[in-house]
Design a binder for this molecule. Structure first.
Ligand SMILES: *Cc1c(COP(=O)(O)O)cnc(C)c1O
Length: 392
């Protein structure tokens, strides 16, 4: 098995670039240049410097002793929640803003659902003094007021998408429409989704997570490889980053956790690998939740970051080839896991990350087993939800 895309951007049958012809020059320009830029010394120096001094990397690998004792394994948390802006998303936006600058782009567009990627994009645009336009569904703008305020404070223009369900997919349509009309802009995508080369590019920019894990595990356990890595999957970028340098190490079990909402088969879920079928979404062929007419089914999860009707093509491939095990957690299970981590380790996780923690009780763990849970983000943004559901 090969976990890098082929020359046309395919992982097995998944991936590719399904885009309107008018976007072809933009995407081609990026495709022709991204690898060379990422591998250049100039990029690596600037990227590593910002990750260290601006983001605060390396993020700690923390041995969660009480959690380990409870589940009878050796459980480490990769602390992406401690990054500047509170999640892994900044690793990607820092990398892409440097690529955009190399390509001499002066205007950045992005789309956002919960607003987390919008904030991470507005942050790096402020840092680099670039114009930033964020498309966001009108419904999401109302639901995610604090993130809208952050984006505006950072100087971004937030444009409401008023068609369809006024959520993420409508914001994406608006962003693509704008991109077609303004081909001089750089489209900064927030996960391992979109037309080739985005999924591969974003995976490489998040791969710093597993690069650090190898060094930190070696220091703390004497071995680079854990037995198991667990990460939640919305589009799949934090999981891609946590898995990346272990994809070819067959002895490492990879577990991807999707949001089951009110239950996988409740009609209110985002467990794409369980419910999805092959189709095209956001410019790539992957698995997605769709009805018999190919219309996208609105996903649901208590966690806004996992509320996505597809998964990136790498994850579709990891699922098909069984290289990763796909599990899921309901809203309730995620909430319980979030309270548990808070009370046992003093860490309030993002609701997304809580889904990864929620599968710990479902695994039959061994005492010697080294497990790394990728804690993708912090829970401050979810306090209102946590407070509403706090039952003790
Ligand atoms: C956005 C987000 C996710 C989901 O996105 P992926 O691309 O699947 O990583 C997960 N956790 C947090 C904290 C997020 O903000």
């Amino acid at each position: 098995m090969k976990f890098e895309p082929d020359n046309n951007g395919y992982y097995g049958q998944f991936g590719g670039a399904f885009i309107p012809e008018l976007l072809y020059p933009n995407v081609k320009e990026l495709e022709d240049n991204y690898l060379q830029i990422i591998n250049s010394k100039e990029f690596q120096t600037a990227y590593k410097d910002l990750l260290k001094n601006y983001v605060g990397r390396p993020s700690p690998l923390y041995l969660a002793k009480r959690l380990s004792a409870k589940y009878g394994a050796t459980i480490y948390l990769k602390r992406e929640d401690l990054n500047h802006t509170g999640a892994h998303k900044i690793n990607n936006t820092i990398g892409q803003i440097l690529i955009a600058k190399q390509l001499n782009k002066t205007k950045i567009i992005a789309e956002t659902g919960a607003g987390q990627h919008g904030v991470a994009t507005a942050t790096v645009c402020a840092l680099m003094n670039l114009e930033c336009i964020v498309f966001m569904g009108e419904t999401d703008i109302k639901r995610q007021a604090p993130n809208v305020a952050r984006m505006k404070m950072l100087g971004a223009k937030v444009i409401p998408a008023v068609s369809g369900s006024k959520t993420l997919k409508d914001a994406t349509n608006e962003a693509i429409r704008y991109w077609i009309q303004h081909p001089d802009t750089y489209y900064l995508i927030g996960s391992v989704v979109g037309p080739h080369p985005y999924p591969d590019m974003v995976a490489r920019l998040q791969a710093v997570i597993s690069e650090e894990m190898k060094v930190q595990l070696k220091e703390q356990t004497g071995k680079e490889n854990p037995d198991t890595i667990i990460a939640c999957v919305g589009g799949g970028s934090n999981a891609a980053g946590a898995f990346y340098h272990y994809l070819n190490d067959k002895d490492v079990e990879l577990i991807a956790v999707e949001a089951a909402g009110l239950g996988v088969h409740s009609g209110e879920s985002a467990a794409t690998s369980q419910l999805g079928e092959v189709g095209v979404i956001h410019g790539s062929k992957t698995i997605l939740m769709q009805d018999e007419y190919g219309q996208i089914i609105e996903p649901y999860s208590i966690s806004a970051g996992l509320d996505y009707p597809g998964v990136g093509p790498l994850h579709a491939y990891l699922h098909e080839t069984k290289r990763a095990k796909f599990m899921n957690a309901t809203d309730k299970e995620a909430l319980a896991a979030a309270y548990e981590l808070t009370r046992m380790e003093g860490i309030i996780p993002a609701l997304e990350s809580a889904h990864a923690l929620a599968v710990l009780p479902k695994l039959s763990l061994q005492k010697e087993q080294v497990v790394v849970v990728n804690l993708s983000g912090r829970g401050d943004k979810d306090l209102e939800t946590y407070t509403k559901h706090l039952s003790y």
